[in-house]
Design a protein around this ligand. Structure first.
Ligand code: FAD
Length: 244
């Protein structure tokens, strides 16, 4: 194998993350499969404003990146992008596609059969409806109710997959047979987002009012950003400007 050479900016942290498969939920996965740009790509893009490219030191870059984020001068953050492979249940996928600034490609259940992969919660993760917030879940249910709920979900997943297989055996086309699949079925996407909008995604999907299952995915991706783009992450976590 020939040694690959590149003139592109490389992030050592991101290089270490490439190809690592992180487990999420019962059968989900997140893997960084590609990226463009490092911390300094943001600083370099911003310096175009005054026709310079390189900073005097890492410390200068760090201060500049933090300043940019605080001042909402966000376009330089679009110079960095990350591409993930994500295996996720359809109900989490539906939340992901709302982030319109991402580019994505999804498994096609017209071309291929849906695999027997379904989300089910752990017993201690079955949650009741929140008492005041109409959108959120609240406290856990009793152990008995949680166990019953989990078993119902498992049975429903199995029955749906059985019906799907029967329809395929009857000769029904894949694109039509899939109508019996529940939103707990896992799908897979290649999902590319620029850093500006990825940070926006984190603001929304790491927040306590986001659904726990998508939060789990956002947490894993945030950890990857923290390792590969530490200065950007630090800027993102720095206190917001007052009066904005
Ligand atoms: C807790 C929570 C609950 C939600 N509940 C619902 C719900 O009940 N129903 C529902 O349909 N959705 C719901 N959503 C999805 C939500 O409305 C957004 O679609 C989603 O969070 C994506 O956010 P975004 O538009 O900022 O991201 P992106 O689509 O990635 O856009 C990033 C930014 O680009 C700009 N932008 C993108 N598209 C446009 C555009 N067309 N016009 C102008 N500017 C644009 C905006 O500045 C935007 O913030 C919910 C989201 C959260 C976090």
């Amino acid at each position: 194998m020939s040694e690959s050479k590149t003139g592109r900016p490389i992030s050592e942290g991101a290089e270490e993350e490439l190809g690592k498969v992180y487990k999420v939920l019962n059968l989900g996965e997140v893997e960084l499969v590609d990226y463009l740009g490092d911390d300094r790509s943001v600083a370099r893009a911003a310096r175009t404003s005054y026709q310079r490219s390189e900073g005097k030191s890492d410390e200068h870059d760090k201060r500049l990146i933090t300043r940019l984020w605080k001042d909402r001068h966000t376009s330089p953050f679009e110079m960095v992008s990350l591409t993930f492979r994500i295996r996720l249940p359809i109900f989490v996928m539906r939340q992901h596609v709302r982030h319109r600034t991402a580019s994505l490609n999804e498994w096609s259940f017209r071309y291929t059969e849906c695999p027997d992969l379904f989300y089910k919660p752990e017993v201690d993760d079955v949650r009741g409806q929140h008492t005041t917030n109409k959108q959120m879940s609240g406290e856990g249910l009793s152990p008995e109710a949680s166990k019953e709920a989990k078993e119902m979900i498992e049975k429903h997943n199995s029955a749906s997959y059985e019906a799907y297989q029967k329809l395929l055996k009857l000769g029904v086309a894949r694109e039509q047979a899939r109508v019996v699949l529940p939103v707990s079925a896992y799908t897979q996407i290649i999902w590319r987002m620029d850093m500006r909008n990825l940070l926006g995604y984190f603001s929304l999907r790491l927040a306590p009012d986001a659904q726990k299952e998508i939060r789990e995915y956002a947490k894993v991706m945030a950890e990857i950003v923290k390792k590969g783009w530490p200065l950007i992450w630090e800027a993102y976590e720095s206190p917001p400007p007052t009066g904005s």
